[in-house]
Design a protein around this ligand. Sequence first.
Ligand code: NAD
Length: 346
Amino acid sequence: MVTSVLVTGGIGYVGSHVAVELIEKGFDVHLVDNFSNSSVQQLDGIRQIISPSKSVSFYEANIGDTEKIQKILREQNIKAVIHCAGDKSVAESVLMPLKYYDNNVGSSISLFKAMESCGVSILIFSSSATVYGIPKGIAISEQAQTAPVNPYGKTKLTIENILNDLCRSGSKWKTMNLRYFNPAGAHVSGLIGDRFDNHPSNLFPIICQVLTGKRENLSVYGNNYDTADGTGERDYIHICDLAKAHVEALQFLLQSHNSPIPGALNLGIGKSVSVLEVIRAFEDSCNLQIPYKIETQRPGDIGKYFADPRAAQKNLSWTPQKSLKDMCRDTWRWAQNSASTTVDEN
Ligand SMILES: NC(=O)c1ccc[n+]([C@@H]2O[C@H](COP(=O)([O-])OP(=O)(O)OC[C@H]3O[C@@H](n4cnc5c(N)ncnc54)[C@H](O)[C@@H]3O)[C@@H](O)[C@H]2O)c1
């Protein structure tokens, strides 16, 4: 029997790629999103990518609307939820913590209540490496201390804790917290990707702004870290590899009898690359120069860290396949496509 899955934040960056992977693997996929950081262009992109014989339904709704979510869960006979909806800017969370506690934690609780009342007990949550705060080591495993240093990271850890408590409560809950390191890239079609028409804080969308003339240059914060070239290093993982891990995690939960231990898995590739390496890889991919200027280090920024991804690779039988070059090439294709079709909202 085909399993029906609801993806919250389903037309956002992660949700849209997860949706495509799920549909390709034969799941019956339903999306919910309130358009707070997405546009209908992304939904059109998903529909263009999937084969004509397949379909996906979309509901414009806030996941905090318990009754509306209950109705969707019942109508579509949903068996599992992949929960990607949420606000994601660290900087904004520092300025507007209530927005983050309300939309990330408050709306998630409402979603979980709706699920519980409808007997839906399988959930995969979009968590983040920010739960580790300032890591003590460089290769971070799931056993590393969790000590987030900003409201965004704290909301992620709070939601993880709620889910862990639900699993311990003796009910049927089976959940998995996927801690993303640095998702980057876009679908190879260039039809869906990470929007860069708003106020991005991640490196790849900012580079898209520079390449499409929306920004003069790229600020590189710090060039005297203890790294190969002095600039900060992060663990970038192609968004399609990340999306595939969700499908594997879902299969894992569907087949397991109890909630898995550990309930959290790191999604990264297990090595870091520097900002300058990303710039060079991008320049090679698109044959354009990326003007940048070195700025002083930002307080709280960490020089280098990457995931220890062995638990995800072992438990999910999953290995990331795509390279930094793929991330740059696919992002550039998305940027060109998106810049030619997007109406600038700023
Ligand atoms: N992209 C990253 O670098 C990254 C890294 C770590 C974790 N995450 C987490 O992954 C999840 C998805 O991230 P993303 O990059 O796709 O972000 P995104 O902003 O592109 O997608 C989130 C989607 O959720 C929707 N949304 C927000 N609040 C909602 C609500 N109350 N009801 C319904 N829809 C709502 C937005 O409109 C958006 O489409 C987020 O929870 C984010 O915290 C992202």
